[in-house]
Design a protein around this ligand. Sequence first.
Ligand SMILES: [Zn+2]
Length: 118
Amino acid sequence: MCCLKCDTFPLKIEATEVENEEQEDNKEFILNMLQRVDYEALKGAAKDLSIEGLPDILPENVGENEAAMKSLHKLLLELQVKNGDLVCTNPQCGRRYPIKDRIPNMVLRDDEVMELKK
Ligand SMILES: [Zn+2]
């Protein structure tokens, strides 16, 4: 997700409440996600949520890398941000998008939309 005001990507996650739901291993899902998301952004999200163990560079055979898969499993399947904010890291902007009951509110206010149209 990127900032709707300034396109900064990725947004930083500031979680005030996270939920951990245990999920069965799903290697296929994780490998599929890895092809669709930006690994740098994933690493950022892992850092924001204090999940350790993601290699600096995505290993080619990540499916065989138990430690990496374990971290990815937690990040992509188990951990849910229940409440918090997604924060734009552009100092000129700093827009916060609140997350409530797991749903991020990515809608701009009317005055912000007007400003963008100028
Ligand atoms: Zn922004």
